[in-house]
Design a protein around this ligand. Structure first.
Ligand SMILES: C[S@@+](CC[C@H](N)C(=O)[O-])C[C@H]1O[C@@H](n2cnc3c(N)ncnc32)[C@H](O)[C@@H]1O
Length: 261
């Protein structure tokens, strides 16, 4: 396991500032890309018979998408203000403020849990958080969770960020696990791993505006979060080639789909 550092006041401070700066998501997601593609495998393919939890729902793109389609879904996050902003848009959405390490739900509540970009933000208590996730899931419920990878892509990204940081500015930012460590974490908490996918959500190549799709050359976080981070032809070719040659090294995330046993 490797730790990434950035110049901010820690994970809660990072997310508070991040969500203070963006509007609530509309509930438009691209089902051909992360996270929609992976959420669909759990929600559309399996059609959960009980409630679904989106842990770390953030500005609500996934939560609102499924809520709008009639899925019984609850959004949990530790940033109360982003939940309040979602509630201002739609009072019918079920929301819970809380921490993934100490979930405010009884045992065996959920038929599926989606957790995108969440677990790697834990400075402490990663195993305990995964165990608590298992606790609130019914047997046979499905988990779909992503994890930042300990690989070349994220080492390059971190090196670029370290360049921009002043001496002594680095605070805990994210955990990075190898795919083997991620499988061991999930398997060790009482899940059978059904699949692991390597996902390139936001490549370091996206940091170069001339490789981005024309519609995203001027960065708009909400648009990029809804459509996915899109490249132009050159950027697309570079990204596809790199992913085809070395998926485990060029992906920034691994997504595990697993069954609670
Ligand atoms: C990468 S964002 C993902 C948001 C959303 N799942 C999506 O895909 O758009 C991670 C989210 O996890 C939340 N989060 C981070 N650590 C958390 C914790 N310990 N407990 C609950 N939520 C947390 C952050 O506030 C943030 O909204």
């Amino acid at each position: 396991m490797r730790i990434s550092y950035r110049a901010h006041g820690g994970s809660h401070d990072y997310w508070q500032r991040r969500w203070d700066g963006v509007a609530v998501d509309s509930g438009a997601i691209n089902r051909d890309r992360y996270p929609g593609l992976y959420a669909e495998r759990v929600i559309a393919a399996q059609r959960p018979t009980g409630p679904v939890l989106e842990a770390g729902c953030g500005a609500g793109r996934v939560l609102r998408y499924y809520h709008d389609r009639g899925i019984d879904i609850v959004g949990l996050d530790f940033i109360a203000s982003v939940l309040a902003a979602i509630r201002d848009e739609d009072t019918s959405i079920r929301l819970a403020a809380g921490d993934i390490g100490l979930l405010p739900f009884p045992d065996q509540t959920f038929s599926a849990v989606l957790a995108f970009g969440l677990y790697h933000g834990l400075e402490f208590g990663l195993e305990a958080a995964m165990a608590d996730t298992r606790r609130i899931m019914k047997t046979d419920a499905l988990l779909c969770a992503s994890m930042r990878l300990d690989n070349l892509q994220n080492r390059v990204t971190d090196r670029m960020a370290a360049h921009a940081m002043g001496p002594g500015e680095g605070r805990f930012h994210k955990l990075n696990l190898t795919s083997g460590e991620f499988k061991a974490l999930v398997g060790g908490a009482g899940f059978e791993i059904l699949r692991l996918d390597y996902v390139e959500n936001m490549s370091f190549l996206y940091k170069f505006p001339y490789l981005r799709h024309a519609s995203q050359r001027v960065f708009n976080e909400n648009a990029a979060r809804g459509e996915g981070y899109r490249f132009n032809l050159l950027g697309h070719a570079a990204q596809r080639t790199a992913m085809a040659l070395m998926p485990g090294q060029m992906a920034n995330l691994a997504v595990i789909t697993a069954r609670a046993v």
